[in-house]
Ligand binder design. Structure first.
Ligand code: TUI
Length: 316
């Protein structure tokens, strides 16, 4: 059997070129360890959580795996500075960043020997991160769940690949082998999947959340939050509709912010349809079964393989 390996596998010491997205309140130590044990890169999400929570999750992951793990630092978090310190202390192998510009941290992370892989949503940010010495880049298109940029994966990935010499990980709208193959054809050498891992057995979201993902159809997601400058993709639930109505109905900024506060955590922990925000990528419609994380990785790469064998530059 062939194995699809790429530059990113060698750089990080992982078996498959598959990252698990750093989904706030969802991507905990248990999920990350399961993905890393399955040969991908498991990533713990810091989200808006305090540094102590992140430390606990890193320690949980370390008891469950001896493979490399990553932490995603959400740069809008009030705790981003504290999380940065904890992650260095705990000696995680990889840091990914989201929802902003990580310039001020990059030097110290690299100095600690950590691989730094920012999410970029534009060519200019890709060039800047390349100049600052990032290890690789995640090009995440607006099909993804959570905080979304302007451009789609199809448009963003090839432009980022042309703008950098670094390995590029494609994200947004990828949940099966066809998506992986397509991403590689656009020039990526790995993928990051979030929504697909929501269905992992080791993913501890509330059963209501998991069921919503498994039952989702093509038009089930929507983007809210544009007015405050941080558009977020989530399932089209009662809460999402109410938020959109408030957003376009002239609700003051502070009230809108209060409406969103805590909504991610609520969805994950209680499945609350009225007040919870169920982040999801557009690809949720193609996520139809619960299975172990390791099986997801293997299945996706086995599907991709027949396509990728026709692109020999990627095959080792
Ligand atoms: O970050 C994500 N996904 C997220 S973060 C999140 S929590 C949140 N809470 C409140 C408001 C907004 C988000 C939920 N989901 N994905 C990675 C990602 N990063 N997508 C897009 C970007 C991005 C966008 C702009 C990265 C850099 C960037 O640069 C802007 C700049 O500073 O120039």
């Amino acid at each position: 059997m062939h194995m699809i390996k790429s530059a990113i596998c060698d750089m990080l010491g992982i078996e498959y070129p598959v990252f698990q997205g750093g989904m706030a309140w969802i991507a905990d130590g248990k999920l990350a360890a399961a993905v890393s044990n399955g040969g991908g890169l498991g990533i713990i999400a810091a989200g808006n959580a305090p540094a102590e929570y992140v430390k606990q999750q890193i320690q949980i992951a370390r008891t469950l795996t001896d493979k490399p793990i990553g932490v995603n630092i959400m740069l809008l978090s009030p705790f981003a500075d504290d999380v940065s310190k904890i992650v260095m202390e705990e000696e995680v192998e990889v840091i990914t960043t989201g929802a902003g510009n990580p310039s001020k941290y990059i030097k110290e992370w690299l100095f600690e020997g950590i691989k730094v892989i920012p999410v970029v949503a534009s060519v200019s940010m890709a060039k800047l991160m390349t100049r600052l010495g990032a290890s690789a880049l995640i090009a995440e298109g607006g099909e993804s769940g959570g905080h979304v940029g302007e451009l789609t994966t199809m448009v963003l990935v090839p432009q980022i690949c042309d703008a950098t010499t670094l390995p590029v990980i494609a994200a947004g709208g990828i949940a099966d082998g066809r998506g992986v193959a397509a991403a590689f054809m656009l020039g990526a050498c790995a993928v990051q999947m979030g929504t697909r891992f929501l269905s992992a057995e080791e993913c501890s979201i509330h059963p209501v959340y998991k069921k919503k993902i498994l039952k989702a159809t093509d038009l089930c997601t929507m983007v809210t939050g544009k007015r405050l400058g941080h558009p977020v993709r989530s399932l089209r639930t009662q809460f999402a509709r109410d938020y959109a109505k408030a957003e376009y109905g002239g609700m003051p900024d502070e009230e809108l912010e209060a409406l969103a506060a805590g909504s991610l955590r609520l969805a994950v922990q209680t499945g609350d349809n009225e007040k919870g925000c169920f982040l999801s990528g557009q690809i949720a419609a193609m996520v139809n079964k619960e299975q172990p994380a390791a099986e997801i990785i293997k299945e996706v790469m086995e599907e991709a393989e027949p396509f990728l064998l026709r692109a020999p530059q990627w095959v080792k």
